[in-house]
Structure formats: structure tokens, C-alpha cells
Design a protein around this ligand. Structure first.
Ligand code: FDP
Length: 339
């Protein structure tokens, strides 16, 4: 009998145990973060179950449609948003919530307020729901600034000020990837236990990758550095093999692959969308935070992504993120363009 393998099977590092271990390294900690995270995890488990049942339960219909019983059906992204908002408010640990689904930020009522601000996209990649492609939840967490009423200034801050960031991917398995600022860890939901178990400890992105990931349908609208970069991926000048193209069109799935296999994910600016498509607070920042924590880089075409200071909660930015060396190449092309 392989005792070592057996001990791994029976000594389960759940996400809660992992975060409690981290917490014990900070004796001053009150356990608030652990409580907040357990509410985020609850939201992820709920959405995972709803996504898995979606085809059967007819959750996919348009928001506002009525089902045969005459009840109004909720679209999966609307339902996911409600679940996360309720879970986060009831944690008693949040004061401001920014969701992709809501025009305005939610300011938590005083009796339920805590110290954390959570920015999130409850169900990213929703155009992929109907065909069963992987989708996910993305989140970032800030600590409220000291004193006074919680205001939007608390979230209109650079991504480097986030305390933690992560995503949960609803795919062939349900995987939660988290960074609390000391590296990146991946946890997979064991459906029989209902627990996320540490399956990908200390994720490091390869220094250079063999894959580029972009919506090439937008080529005619790209700027010169992006066009040149993608050309270099296909026709490398240094004699190396061309990179492979992989594009799912669901950010969580494309970024997850990039994190594990290396390479680069691009959603650049183009003539039609000068600020790109992806949202700074709950797409660009959390994914950039994870990339840097895993040893990669994230760049906007102008600056380090995590240095950006958003002016409004739903602001967009171009983004190039992934393996360190691959992002260096696109940075060099933008630098050359500026000269
Ligand atoms: P979706 O429109 O399906 O919600 O920001 C949303 C997003 O998906 C990302 O998940 C994805 O990376 C991107 O948009 C895909 O955009 P394109 O269809 O323009 O490639």
C-alpha cells in the first residue's frame, strides 16, 4: 500500500483550512477574511450547481420571460448576481459591492457593514452559457479606507491595492483559483464532499508560452503593435516554432489555460473599442493580480495594469496578460511605437 498517497487522500487541505492556516500567521487577524471568503465560496458552489442544472432547469431563458407556471424566470447571470449580493451582505464583512450586473454600487446598510469592498462579475462569459462552454465568477477584494461612510473612492483604486483576487471556473470541474497576495493556489470542488480541495498548490505560470489567445476577428481594427505582435506569434523571426492559437471567448477559461500552460491572453484596444472590452475592476484587475502573483505580467498597452486608477466602476481597459517573456515582447512593441 502506498502510505504517502493514502495520506494525501485522507489529509484534505480544504480552502477554509488553507485560509485559516494563513490567518494563523497573522495573530492580530480577527478571522473576518475567512468569514468573507466562506461566503464567496458558498456563492460559487450555488452558481456551480445552477450552471450544471441549467439545461435541465431551463434557467437559461431570458430574464423577464415567464415559465409554464407563469412565474418569471431568472436568467442565470441575474440569479448568480442575486446569490452573491445576498451572500456578501449577509457575511456582515462587506461595506461596498460592485457587480458587473448592477449599474450602481451596493452600499451595505450600517447594521450589516464590515471592512471589505468586493468587486465581482458573478457570471463572466455569459454568451457561452447556452452551448455549455466553461464560464466563471471573477472577484477582487479591497480593505475599506479608514473612517467615515463608505464611498466609491474605496474601490476606485489601483489593482495593486487589492488584498485578494480570484475566480471560480464552472467547467468540466469546478475550480477556484485564489491569491491573497502570497502566491496563487487552485482548489477543485469535490462534489461528494461539497468542499474545495487544494489541487494546484503554488501555481507558477511558465516564463514563456506557446499559445496566444485573442479574438482574431477584430484584426482589421487593431493598432500597429497588436497587429505586429500577432504576426510575430505566427511568423517568429527568431526561427522558433509559431505559437498555437486558442480562444474560447470566455475570459475565465482563457485565463485559466494561460495560467496553467503559459502564453498570452490579449483583449486589445481597437478602432471600434478604443478602451478594449474588458472591465477594469472585476475582470482586468483580479486576473492581472493573479498573473503577477504567479510570476507573469499584465500590461494595458500603456502601463502595468495594476497601476491603473479607474475613474468609474464599470470602466474598460485593453489588457495583455500572461507569461513574463511574452508580455515583455508586446511591451517592447508599444515602447517602439511611442518613439
Ligand atoms: P461575454 O461577452 O460572453 O460575457 O467580458 C465578457 C466576455 O465574455 C469575456 O468573458 C470574454 O473574454 C470576452 O467577453 C469575449 O469577447 P469577444 O466575444 O469580443 O471575443
Amino acid at each position: 500500500m502506498d502510505h504517502e498517497a493514502d495520506s494525501h487522500r485522507t489529509d484534505l487541505m480544504t480552502i477554509t483550512r488553507y485560509v485559516l492556516n494563513e490567518q494563523s500567521r497573522h495573530p492580530e487577524s480577527r478571522g473576518d477574511f475567512t468569514i468573507l471568503l466562506s461566503h464567496i465560496v458558498l456563492g460559487c458552489k450555488f452558481v456551480c450547481t445552477a450552471v450544471n442544472k441549467a439545461g435541465l432547469a431551463k434557467l437559461i431563458g431570458l430574464a423577464g420571460e415567464t415559465n409554464v407556471q407563469g412565474e418569471e424566470q431568472k436568467k442565470l447571470d441575474v440569479l448568480s448576481n442575486e446569490v452573491f449580493i445576498k451572500a456578501l451582505v449577509s457575511s456582515g464583512r462587506t461595506c461596498i459591492l460592485v457587480s458587473e450586473e448592477d449599474e450602481e454600487a451596493t452600499i451595505v446598510e450600517p447594521s450589516k457593514r464590515g471592512r471589505y469592498c468586493v468587486v465581482f462579475d458573478p457570471l463572466d462569459g455569459s454568451s457561452n452559457i447556452d452551448c455549455g462552454v466553461s464560464i466563471g465568477t471573477i472577484f477582487g477584494i479591497y480593505m475599506v479606507k479608514d473612517g467615515g461612510e463608505p464611498t466609491l473612492d474605496n474601490v476606485l483604486r489601483p489593482g495593486k491595492n487589492m488584498l485578494a483576487a480570484g475566480y471560480c471556473m464552472y467547467g468540466s470541474s469546478c475550480t477556484l483559483v485564489l491569491s491573497t497576495g502570497t502566491g496563487v493556489n487552485g482548489f477543485t470542488l469535490d462534489p461528494s464532499l461539497g468542499e474545495f480541495i487544494l489541487t494546484h498548490p503554488n501555481i507558477k505560470i511558465p516564463k514563456k508560452g506557446k499559445i496566444y489567445s485573442v479574438n482574431e476577428g477584430n484584426t482589421k481594427n487593431w493598432d500597429a503593435p497588436t497587429t505586429k505582435y500577432v504576426e510575430q506569434c505566427k511568423f517568429p523571426k527568431d526561427g522558433s516554432s509559431p505559437k498555437s492559437l486558442r480562444y474560447i471567448g470566455s475570459m475565465v477559461a482563457d485565463v485559466h489555460r494561460t495560467l496553467l500552460y503559459g502564453g498570452i491572453f490579449l483583449y486589445p484596444a481597437d478602432k471600434k473599442s478604443p478602451n478594449g472590452k474588458l472591465r477594469v475592476l472585476y475582470e482586468v484587475f483580479p486576473m492581472s493580480f493573479l498573473m503577477e502573483q504567479a510570476g507573469g505580467q499584465a500590461f494595458t498597452g500603456k502601463q502595468r495594469a495594476l497601476d491603473l486608477v479607474p475613474k468609474n466602476i464599470h470602466e474598460r481597459s485593453p489588457i495583455f496578460l500572461g507569461s513574463y517573456d511574452d508580455v515583455e515582447e508586446i511591451k517592447a512593441l508599444y515602447a517602439a511605437e511611442e518613439k
